[in-house]
Design a protein around this ligand. Structure first.
Ligand SMILES: NC(=O)c1ccc[n+]([C@@H]2O[C@H](COP(=O)([O-])OP(=O)(O)OC[C@H]3O[C@@H](n4cnc5c(N)ncnc54)[C@H](OP(=O)(O)O)[C@@H]3O)[C@@H](O)[C@H]2O)c1
Length: 251
C-alpha cells in the first residue's frame, strides 16, 4: 500500500488506536484525533510520525479550528478514517425510556462524522490519490433489539457515505464504508449479551488496513457474521423469534 498522511478520528482507544498503530508501523504519518489523548500518550513517545489534534466531533463550532490545526501540520491528507463513535442502548422496559439518547448518539455517530467530513474535505482535495473512509457497523445488516439509536445512526452513516461517493467522484476521491462485526473494545466491553465471532481490535485493524488498500465501496467483516445477518434479513420472522426479548412475568 502507498504510504502517505492519514487522519484518524476516535484514535484514543479501541479500533481507532489499533488502526493508528497499523498505519504508523506501515510508515504512514498519522494525525490522530479524539477528545482525550488516552492511550495515544504512550504511542507518541515511540513514534515521531504521530501528531494529536483534539476534536469533539459533535461540536460543529470546532470545525474551523480543527481544520486550521490540521493545516498547521500538513497541506493535504491522502486518507481519512472517520472512526469516532459511541453506543448506548434503549431500554423499553423502563417506564420512561430515554428518548434523548437518539439525539446523543446521532450527534456523535452521524452529525459528528458529517462535521469531520466538513473539516477534512479541503485537505483531501489537495491529495493526488485521496481516500475517505467511514466506520458504520454490521449492525445495519439486520435489526438488533435495543439498537434503535445506534443502528439508525450507523445506517445513516452508510447511506451518507454511499451518496457522498457519487458526489466526490468528480474530485477523484474514493469513499469506503467499513462495517465491522463485534470487536473487543471499551465500547463492547459493557455489553451483557453474547457477541458472535468477537475479534481483538488488532485483528480488526489488520483486516481493515489490508482491505482499504484496494479501496472497496464497502467492507463488511467477519464474513461468518455477514452470513448470519443475511439469514436474519431473509428470514425476519425467525430472526425476530430468536432475538426479541421475552415477555417478563413482572410486566
Ligand atoms: N467495537 C465494535 O464491536 C464495533 C463494531 C462495529 C462498529 N464499531 C464502530 O467503531 C468505532 C470505534 O469504536 P470502538 O469499539 O473502538 O470504541 P471505543 O474504544 O469506545 O473508541 C471510541 C473512540 O471514539 C472517540 N469518541 C467518542 N466520542 C467522541 C466525540 N464526541 N468526539 C471525538 N471523539 C469521540 C473516543 O475518544 P474520546 O472519548 O477520547 O473522545 C474513542 O477514541 C465506532 O464508530 C463504533 O461505532 C465498533
Amino acid at each position: 500500500m502507498d504510504k502517505g498522511i492519514v487522519w484518524i478520528t476516535g484514535a484514543s482507544s479501541g479500533i481507532g488506536l489499533a488502526l493508528t498503530k497499523q498505519y504508523l508501523d506501515a510508515g504512514w504519518q498519522v494525525i490522530a484525533s479524539a477528545r482525550t489523548k488516552g492511550e495515544l500518550v504512550s504511542l507518541s513517545e515511540t513514534y515521531e510520525s504521530l501528531t494529536f489534534v483534539p476534536f469533539d466531533i459533535s461540536d460543529d463550532s470546532q470545525v474551523h479550528a480543527v481544520r486550521e490545526a490540521l493545516l498547521s501540520h500538513t497541506a493535504h491528507l491522502d486518507c481519512v478514517i472517520l472512526n469516532a463513535g459511541t453506543c448506548e442502548y434503549l431500554d423499553m422496559t423502563d417506564t420512561d425510556p430515554d428518548w434523548k439518547m437518539m439525539d446523543r448518539i446521532m450527534s456523535v455517530n452521524f452529525f459528528g462524522l458529517v462535521n469531520s467530513v466538513d473539516v477534512c474535505l479541503p485537505l483531501l482535495k489537495q491529495s493526488s490519490r485521496p481516500h475517505l473512509v467511514g466506520v458504520s457497523s454490521q449492525a445495519v445488516q439486520a435489526a438488533f433489539p435495543q439498537a434503535e439509536a445506534y443502528g439508525a445512526s450507523k445506517a445513516a452513516v452508510r447511506y451518507f457515505l454511499s451518496s457522498l461517493r457519487m458526489d466526490l467522484k468528480q474530485f477523484n476521491i474514493d469513499v469506503t464504508c467499513l462495517l465491522p462485526g463485534f470487536v473487543d473494545t471499551p465500547l463492547t466491553q459493557k455489553n451483557t449479551f453474547s457477541m458472535p465471532f468477537l475479534m481483538s481490535s488488532d485483528d480488526a485493524a489488520k483486516r481493515m488496513f489490508t482491505a482499504l488498500a484496494s479501496r472497496p465501496f464497502e467492507f463488511a467483516f467477519p464474513k461468518r457474521l455477514s452470513a448470519m445477518l443475511w439469514a436474519g434479513r431473509h428470514f425476519p420472522k425467525l430472526w425476530l423469534s430468536m432475538l426479541a426479548p421475552k415477555k417478563n412475568s413482572n410486566q
